[in-house]
Design a protein. Structure first.
Length: 251
């Protein structure tokens, strides 16, 4: 699904990520872990077109995407969430989803201004799709609620659903369990696995909550100061002395 080959990102004299190579296969949930400032979000930003790598390749199903604009990368199948929730505060839960649906059902300006049948058909299709999405993740009863009135855990879930509305092949989750209590984190684990299975997608996630990472990821990559210091299964990573020293700690 995703292949990065020797990707490097430099900002002036600072190397934020160095020679990063990774593979995410179809249907996998892969974790990216490491201390704060290790370069994890920089990798997400390169994959999603926020940054163009200084060197290296990023391939989605064999297609080079490094340097493409973010909206184009979303169109061809990559969606993401952010460390800090970025919902549209003045919109309802349903309207937040409809914004993302616009990627696939784009009425022309002419159709929109005149409310032509083609526009109305696309609007109805988008609304039905959005409602189906909300129903599939247990948020249908909140469709008309203001997005920021939801409990924190549901806001996180809504942001993931909005990303799913773009119909991605690969979903990038940037610290989805941030700010959650233990119960919410356990529920999130089940939610991410169910999303992977229901929508037949691959997932790459950044997370500091080790119970989440170890509980759902098939493989892990560990970064420290922009360098990959380990990769392997959760069991292998837990026993890796470099990872213990740099990140996990003795316990």
């Amino acid at each position: 699904m995703l292949l990065t080959k020797h990707v490097t990102m430099q900002f002036g004299g600072l190397t934020a990520v160095s020679d990063f190579t990774t593979v995410v296969n179809d249907g996998e949930i892969v974790g990216l872990i490491g201390p704060n400032g290790a370069g994890k979000t920089t990798i997400f930003n390169m994959i999603t077109g926020v940054y163009t790598p200084t060197k290296g390749q990023i391939l989605l199903n064999g297609r080079e995407i490094a340097g493409m604009p973010s909206h184009r990368i979303t169109e061809i199948g990559i969606a993401r969430t952010f460390q800090n929730i970025r919902l549209f505060h003045e919109m309802t839960v349903l309207e937040n989803i409809l914004v993302a649906c616009n990627l696939r059902e784009k009425p022309s300006l002419f159709e929109s201004v005149l409310h032509l049948p083609a526009y109305l058909k696309k609007e109805t299709k988008s609304k039905n799709f959005a409602l189906e999405l909300l129903d599939s993740v247990g948020l249908l009863s909140n469709a008309d609620d203001n997005a920021v009135s939801l409990p924190y855990g549901k806001q996180r879930r809504l942001e993931i659903v909005r990303a799913l509305a773009t119909e991605p092949k690969l979903l990038l989750l940037d610290e989805p369990a941030a700010g959650m209590n233990p119960q919410e984190s356990y529920e999130l684990m089940d939610f991410i696995v169910s999303v992977r299975d229901k929508f037949d997608i691959s997932v790459l996630l950044i997370e500091h909550h080790m119970q989440v990472v170890m509980g759902i990821c098939t493989r892990l990559y560990v970064l420290d100061y922009g360098i990959t210091i380990a990769e392997g299964t959760p069991q292998e990573i837990q026993k890796n002395q470099k990872v213990i020293d740099a990140y996990l700690g003795v316990e």
